[in-house]
Write a protein that binds this ligand. Structure first.
Ligand code: ZN
Length: 437
């Protein structure tokens, strides 16, 4: 894996008086965090010296969040987002490490473009960016990429996200090959024949709106097949953006049998239901779609009992023109980097998860699955830190998002929980609403 060079100068500093939560080390107490030379020098009680002090009283101090599912649109669709605007959105949301999906133009199916993304992210220097390599060339599901080579150039996992790896034989080979060097295959689980032409969840809402539906069985069927292949290949398999009651049950059962199956949920799937698209709201259209209350509760239960280890945004920026063209034609996806934390804090408020459990799903768990040096405040680790006020309330104004795109269903809604500081590699990159580029 390529090293990330330190390109900006940084000062030592002390984060004082916060409540430190570092699930990787079992820390959940009032403490200070000392940062020296870009690394964590210690968590404990420190006397303020000559270094700068950040007052974290009333705030949670935790590892910088790790979002393993982001679409950065560069190269190819920079009017929607680019690595710089995406990095700004990330750090505004407390995210210091993100994995970008390969469905760019050109897609991330060869080493050159993977290196280019990493180099560009390093130049910007706001957020660690790790590309996810394509499973198949052109994401067309037919011919495997040079997976080993992509890994050598910095890909941290493989996916055709946006599209499923639909061909069973190709999926089997991908699982076998990726697992031969310890890599994860991340599946966008969708049986394209079952979901073809669909726009929103199939059911009462699709009938009300008179648009084609996406049945939950389209997701369940693909995951069911993949679990069998995972067992056959003795591989590691990860379900992206899990959204149905059936698929949560399938993943729970597979994990119960000892298979190396993991899953992530996106905040919109545990916070919202299909009712959001009533009124033809294209900013609530995504794939997989928002589902029923029963599905939402199943995802919540999966998060609670540990079936779902990761929360990831599926941050999918789209320009107004791709959204304001009628619900059936509108692009799938919403931006999520800047709302992941406040929306997910709802799980703590509702006593679904403890604060350390929540932070584990947004920091150390994804880092562990992808074998990344991230998601911890261990002494000597890179000082990637998120500081947030869990009680601060604010109203989301999409025009104030750092992301280049504004497609969020939470516009105008009150949020609880606000990131005050984001530190990346010992440098304060976000502070009270301002980016320090
Ligand atoms: Zn997807």
């Amino acid at each position: 894996m390529p090293a990330y060079p330190v390109v900006k100068c940084m000062a030592d500093f002390l984060i004082k008086g916060g409540h430190v939560i570092d699930p990787a080390n079992g820390i959940d107490r009032s403490a200070d965090v000392l940062v020296k030379h870009g690394s964590i020098a210690g968590v404990g009680k420190f006397k303020a010296g000559t270094e700068k002090t950040i007052d974290a009283r009333g705030c949670i101090v935790c590892p910088g969040l790790v979002d393993m599912h982001v679409h950065l649109r560069e190269p190819g669709q920079e009017w929607k987002e680019d690595i710089e605007s995406g990095s700004r959105a990330a750090v505004a949301g407390g995210v210091t490490t993100m994995c970008c999906m390969p469905n760019t133009q050109p897609c991330l199916d060869h080493a050159g473009v993977i290196r280019q993304v990493i180099e560009r992210a390093n130049q910007i220097g706001l957020c660690n960016v790790h590309p996810v390599g394509a499973v198949t060339r052109n994401l067309d599901g037919k011919e495997l990429t040079e997976m080993r080579e992509l890994a050598g150039d910095g890909a941290v996992a493989f996916s055709d996200d946006g599209m499923p790896v639909w061909h069973g034989g190709v999926m089997r080979k991908a699982l076998e090959y990726a697992s031969s060097f310890g890599y994860l295959v991340i599946q966008h689980a969708e049986d394209l024949q079952l979901t073809e032409g669909g726009c929103v969840n199939e059911g009462w809402v699709s009938t009300q709106l008179g648009v084609a539906g996406i049945p939950s069985e389209g997701e369940d069927a693909m995951i069911s097949r993949d679990i069998m292949l995972t067992q056959l290949a003795d591989a590691r398999y990860h379900v992206a953006h899990i959204s149905t009651r059936g698929s949560v049950a399938l993943v729970r059962q597979a994990r119960g049998q000892g298979l190396k199956v993991s899953a992530e949920a996106a905040p919109h799937h545990f916070a919202l239901t299909e009712d959001e698209v009533l009124g033809f709201n294209a900013d609530a259209k995504m794939n997989p779609p928002l589902r029923t209350e029963e599905d939402r509760q199943a995802v919540i239960e999966g998060l609670r009992d540990g079936t779902i280890e990761v929360i990831a945004t599926d941050h999918a920026p789209h320009h107004e023109d791709d959204k304001r063209c009628g619900l059936s034609c509108a692009a799938f996806g919403i931006v999520g980097l800047e709302t992941m934390l406040p929306v997910s804090l709802g799980l703590v408020k509702q006593s679904v998860l403890s604060m350390p459990e929540l932070i584990a799903k947004m920091a150390c768990n994804p880092a562990r699955l992808l074998n990344l040096d991230a998601g911890t405040l261990s002494e000597g680790a890179a000082a990637d830190i998120c500081i947030f006020d869990p009680e601060a309330t604010w109203r989301l104004d999409r025009n104030k998002l750092q992301s280049r795109s504004k497609n969020t269903p939470w516009h105008g809604r009150e949020m609880t929980g606000k990131v005050t500081h984001t530190v990346k590699g010992g440098r304060v990159v976000f502070e009270h609403g301002n980016i320090h580029a």
